[in-house]
Ligand binder design. Sequence first.
Ligand code: SF4
Length: 414
Amino acid sequence: MTEKTDVKRRKIESTALLKKSMSDYFYDLDRAAKDPGRKVAWCTSVGPAELLRAMGFAVHFPENHGAMLGASRMANDFIPLANAIGYSPDICSYLTSDVGSYLKGETPLSRAYPGIDSVPKPDVLVFNTNQCRDVQDWFSWFARELRVPVIGVTTHRGVGEVTKAHIDSVARQIASLVPTLEEISGNRYDPEKMEQTVGLSLRCSELWREVLETAVTVPSPFTFFDGTIHMGPAVVLRGTKVAVDYYEALLAELLDRVKNGVAAVDGEKYRIYWEGMPIWGKLRDLSEFFSGLGACVLASTYCNSWIFDALDPKDPFNSMAAAYTLLFIVRSDDEKEKYIEEMVAKYKIDGIVFHDSRTCPNNTNSRYGMPERLQARLGIRTVTIFGDLNDLRCYSEEQSKTNIEAFVEQLENR
Ligand code: SF4
């Protein structure tokens, strides 16, 4: 029987700087929304944020707000309000919780940042369907509701090899956003500013990769659960110096842990890969549960999704198109399996947890036999837990924990 202890995950000192960076970001967004001289754009999480920043917009990411709704467990109060206006409980629960939050007139931002009453009102909504169609539907609802323009990029999905044709098509679409953004922002597109912003975004991506890759060390100094919190600047502040400064500090702390053999989970016995969305309302609970079993969940597809190796400041449109098309979520199952196989070898993984996230088929890879294929090919154990990113009605705590315990016991028996 696997012995359960109350091991906690080790605290990261840079969290204080993280909190300050995020707080400054949200207060600045709030000021921008109230200042007639500034413009706010909403952007999907892997949308063309660099272009929006270079054109002078303050940028809000509704998926980040969706994650806050999940982590604060406010989502379940709001989802029914979106269901009542025709948005199914089976579609993206970021969409339904965010729309519900707007309908209810409440936001976790007010709790975290006194003085902020609502998410910033947009002047334009900009999507990229590289991740799913839900983002377009989500932004289109707000466009109708708030009477603001919605523009975006439609990306190929299920892509095997990424070809020049894919990149040309996406790059052209990103470039075609410029005239509308010029009109709304009142600013001319400035190639120098764009080069600078893409350069900062690339540096952020490089540092974020180095942060995540500290977890190749045995024992790992960093967990997936840490990653879900510390990825904030890579999501909402890429293209700024604030994000670069933050990841330099975090990386220094983690390299210090590596040097001194400090583990994120004391007594790390098993090294686990997390495939799929986080369960935002259960992060701490699951983190402590895995730690208590001596299992360190230390790498994930999700946190890796904000690594954009292809960015090139000298070729911004083509390189953004490549970076946003090479993403795991855009690719075919064959490419996804190759990617996971590399991760398993690189991070010396003992087992994979697949999260079947009820309302996000796009970030769920357990429904068409992938765990079984990887298990057969790599001789690695997998377990699928059933839940959701935000809708906790889809998550059975008891059943999930029983399955995780049985999975870790299988790792022990091996
Ligand atoms: S990828 Fe999934 S969680 Fe993200 S916006 Fe699309 S449906 Fe929602």
